[in-house]
Write a protein that binds this ligand. Structure first.
Ligand code: AKG
Length: 268
């Protein structure tokens, strides 16, 4: 099947750009049309099923394992998903939100929250990344219509301005520490009530966020793409997760050098 080309540009509203700058997150509707998302959904779900390695029953998993099936860098293994992940349409939105000329791919991941799947604890993504810039953004796109009950992504508005706060991986500890922090600092909490397939939220690497469990009987199928501003460099590790990311997503480019490995193509 020939998949629709996603290399055209969409005009971003000034409101999205301002909201992203102020709050560190924004929701953009209908980035993909219903037909486009329906076509790519088939490819992404097939690839996620093929490369999923989680086989444990829900009750045998820890909090992280209960939160979602996490299937990473599908673009390397599946040519149809590659067309989605490298699409210029989404890359241009990432660049425009961050106010940069070009972006590179950091990595992709399918995040499927199963029916009865647990909450995603509060965290900051950039805790995991050995990257020297705050100009990073994650696109989080549902492939099916979702509502609040299915594990909607939820943000602490403006929290990215604090930079790195805690040294906690996604865990019960991160949940309680960030929950207390977010309440103490009275950040406004922002969560869409519903999202259509093909809408997407965009959040900065240091935006604190979490999601409730999936209380529905439907899989919350979400595809994410993480972008980094072109020109970013590799930093020394702050934890073992960053060392792991350096090996896995940056092809061990020397510390201090540009992020420009084969796994991090420039997208515009
Ligand atoms: O999908 C989720 O529940 C969490 C997603 C997330 O934390 C992210 O994309 O950064």
């Amino acid at each position: 099947m020939t998949l629709p080309c996603l290399d055209d540009f969409k005009r971003l509203s000034g409101e999205n750009i301002v909201e992203f700058k102020e709050k560190g997150h924004t929701l953009i509707e209908q980035i993909l049309s219903p037909d486009e998302v329906a076509a790519y959904r088939i490819a992404i779900v097939q690839a996620a099923d093929k490369y999923n390695t989680e086989t444990r029953a829900m009750e045998d998993r820890d909090t992280y394992g209960k939160a979602f099936l996490q299937i990473m860098n599908l673009w390397q293994n599946d040519k149809d998903v590659r067309q989605f992940v490298l699409a210029r349409r989404m890359a241009k939105i990432a660049a425009d939100l961050m106010g940069v000329d070009n972006v590179r791919l950091y990595h992709d991941q399918a995040l499927f929250k199963e029916p009865g799947g647990g909450p995603t604890p509060w965290h900051q993504d950039q805790y995991y990344w050995p990257i020297d810039t705050h100009n990073t953004v994650t696109m989080w796109m549902p492939l099916v219509d979702i509502d609040e009950d299915m594990g909607m992504l939820t943000f602490a508005s403006g929290s990215y301005k604090e930079g790195s706060i805690f040294n906690f991986e996604i865990s019960d500890e991160s949940e309680s520490a960030f929950d207390a922090y977010v309440k103490a600092h009275q950040f406004a909490i922002s969560r869409a009530k519903t999202m259509k397939a093909g809408d997407a939220t965009w959040h900065r690497g240091f935006t604190m966020h979490h999601a409730n469990g999936n209380n529905s009987n439907k899989m919350r199928e979400v595809m994410t793409i993480i972008y980094v501003a072109d020109g970013a460099r590799v930093t020394p590790y702050k934890n073992s997760w960053q060392e792991n990311d350096h090996h896995k997503w940056l092809m061990c480019k020397p510390i201090g050098e540009l992020i420009d490995s084969e796994l991090n193509p420039v997208l515009l």
